[in-house]
Design a protein around this ligand. Structure first.
Ligand code: MG
Length: 381
């Protein structure tokens, strides 16, 4: 069964009041539109997306949705109905069995929604997710209540709405199609049965600026934690570089790169939180190009991986373990350097120093150890 989703992103966002249309606003480092597209595709039933955007926005939209199974974006019309019809017309040659229509301003499609729609579409030509009205409804005029409206049997219609393609295309050919506020209404007018499947309060349509905050507290972002540990030997004739700061000392740390034990532990914590291996996997010591390398570039790479995954570093905490030198006087310089390399505020970075009471290899000043922990806010995979 061929299922295609029309993604409506043609709105100018006038109700939102901003310069950037709401579907292009970023939530958790990712545009609302991209959240919507990924949510549609998450459960694998949809073969392709047919985006409909404002005229002239085609390339911006293709960039935002890069890497997804996309049909060429097309320009929508003056009304919502015009935009849907443009999407349906673009699919004429393909003639999919089922078409879903989804608002790009709805970044969350709760799990199971599309399966429930497809299940219903086996029996009836249309199906929509809808949420029973739970607030008491008032009709009002001039700031006064005119009457209470019985809410029993009332639902709020959400998207994605699903239809058998030929039925929706025929319904959109009706002369008064532009007056419908959703696609289900056109099937209702034509006398077709449209099923109601379970909607969700999480399926938020971003209409007002405060809606962004409501999405931020939704289950889209999860916190991930990573830890790292590293040790390097102290030797004669090497500079001592720890957490990106060169420190005057009688000896330095031995290693293939500059042996910055603090940055190495921190990189491993980040790669660990991302589930992307360790520093050795990204920068193999067997490769000559990393000989005496400045470890700062490793940390910049790790930070770029967080960004590439749509994540945000919440905080990082490094503990340096050494008898000598005393790192405490350098802690603030180290924090500032790590914050700079990671591109975050100073307050997100902790650096601490401790000894092992002259016990073990650090106590005997044979080497220096570092451990690190990070937490990263990331879209749930
Ligand atoms: Mg190391």
């Amino acid at each position: 069964m061929d299922v295609v989703a029309i993604l409506l992103a043609a709105g100018s966002g006038s109700r939102f009041g901003g310069v950037v249309p709401k579907q292009y606003l970023s939530i958790g480092g990712k545009p609302v539109l991209r959240h919507a597209a990924e949510a549609l595709l998450a459960e694998g039933q949809i073969a392709a997306l047919q985006p409909v955007c404002a005229a002239g926005d085609e390339s911006r939209l293709a960039e935002v949705l890069a890497g997804l199974p996309l049909l060429p974006p097309i320009a929508g019309g003056a009304t919502r109905a015009d935009s849907v019809r443009a999407g349906l017309d673009a699919l004429a040659a393909r003639a999919p069995d089922i078409v879903l229509v989804h608002d790009a301003a709805r970044p969350i499609v709760p799990t199971g929604t599309i399966a429930a729609l497809l299940d219903a579409l086996a029996r009836v030509p249309g199906a929509i997710p809808a949420q029973p009205v739970s607030d008491t409804l008032k009709a009002g005029a001039d700031g006064l209540i005119a009457r209470t409206v019985p809410r029993a049997g009332l639902f709020r219609a959400q998207t994605p709405q699903g239809f058998r393609y030929p039925v929706l295309r025929a319904a959109h050919a009706a002369a008064d199609a532009a007056t419908a506020t959703d696609d289900a209404e056109l099937l209702e007018r034509a006398g077709h049965a449209v099923a109601l499947v379970a909607g969700s309060e999480h399926n938020i349509k971003i209409t007002w600026p405060e809606d962004i905050a409501r999405v931020n507290i939704s289950p889209l972002m999860v916190c991930r934690v990573g830890t790292g540990f590293d040790v390097h030997r102290l030797v004669e004739g090497r500079p001592l570089i720890v957490c990106g700061v060169t420190i005057r000392h009688t000896r330095g740390l031995d290693g293939h790169s500059d042996a910055d034990v603090g940055i190495h532990a921190l990189c491993d914590a980040i790669y660990g939180a991302l589930g992307e291996g360790d520093i050795g996997a990204h920068f193999p010591p067997s490769e000559m190009k990393w000989l005496d390398a400045d470890s700062a570039q490793f940390l910049v790479h790790a930070a770029a991986r967080i960004a590439a995954r749509g994540g945000r570093l919440v905080n990082a905490d490094v503990t340096l373990i050494a008898e000598r030198p005393k790192f405490r006087p350098h802690v603030e310089t180290m924090r500032a350097r790590l914050a700079e390399l990671l591109g975050v505020e100073l307050g997100r970075i902790g650096v601490k120093a401790t000894t092992t009471e002259k016990l073990g290899f650090t106590g005997r000043e044979e080497g220096i150890a570092a451990q690190a922990a990070v937490s990263i806010l990331m879209p749930d995979a």
